[in-house]
Design a protein around this ligand. Structure first.
Ligand code: HEM
Length: 195
């Protein structure tokens, strides 16, 4: 099994758990609900993106995968004042010891751009958004498949190195769990279902 296949298998139940708990259709049904969900993602990306970028130390690969600025732009478009965006809550800081650990965490964030295409189309249709206000979910847009394939190719360069595989699997599952807990926290202004 390639590292990607192992990561996918190891996190399949976490993905299902997150999908079930998130109840995204209900949360994005209103603009305030959608904005509150983006605010939670903003906090998560604020904590994870610098740590991933530092450990990867490869701006050409990492730069186009940052989505923090898209979150801030969407929130501003949806009427959140800059001062409020700047003081949104953050989860605990994380650090990644090496490239493999960072790739495990990035697997979760990059993977979310796949299902995010479905969610983004739904939000666009419900709220009449096309570009502005939808940048986070549009993410790589038409390049989604290309970006995902390039991500997987880099991930699978770590295949066969037991230490790297263990590190990526550990951070992949931990990141899924951390994201579920963060998105479903009591102060996320929306109830998450069981899971
Ligand atoms: C923030 C929440 C989510 C995260 C972090 C996440 C993460 C991921 C990851 C890591 C993958 C890649 C799986 C692989 O290795 O092939 C993926 C794929 C996918 N996810 Fe999610 N996901 C999330 C929410 C959702 C939701 C709510 C849906 C439901 C619409 C969804 C639908 C999908 C679909 C359709 C794929 C593509 C499966 C494929 O083409 O094989 N995801 N997601």
């Amino acid at each position: 099994m390639s590292l990607h296949q192992r990561l996918r298998a190891a996190t399949a139940s976490s993905h299902q758990g997150l999908e079930d708990a998130l109840d995204w259709r209900a949360r994005v049904a209103t603009l305030p609900g959608y904005r509150a969900l983006l605010a939670r993602f903003h906090g998560f990306h604020a904590a994870y993106e610098p740590a991933i970028g530092l450990a990867l130390a490869d701006e050409a690969f990492w730069g186009p995968r940052r989505r923090f600025a898209a979150l801030a732009a969407d929130l501003a478009h949806l009427g959140m004042p800059d001062a409020e965006i700047a003081t949104l809550p953050l989860p605990s800081a994380v650090t990644f010891a090496d490239e493999a650990a960072a790739m495990g965490a990035l697997y979760v964030l990059e993977g979310s751009t796949l299902g995010g295409q479905v969610i983004g189309r739904h939000i666009g249709a419900v709220h009449g958004l096309t570009q502005a206000g939808l940048a986070y979910y549009r993410a790589h847009g038409r390049q989604t498949g290309v970006m995902w394939n390039a991500f997987r190719a880099r991930l699978d360069r770590l295949s066969g190195d037991p230490e790297a595989e263990a590190a990526a699997l550990a951070t992949g599952t931990a990141t899924f769990d951390a994201l579920r807990i963060w998105l479903c926290a009591p102060d996320s202004s929306a109830a998450c279902g069981a899971g």
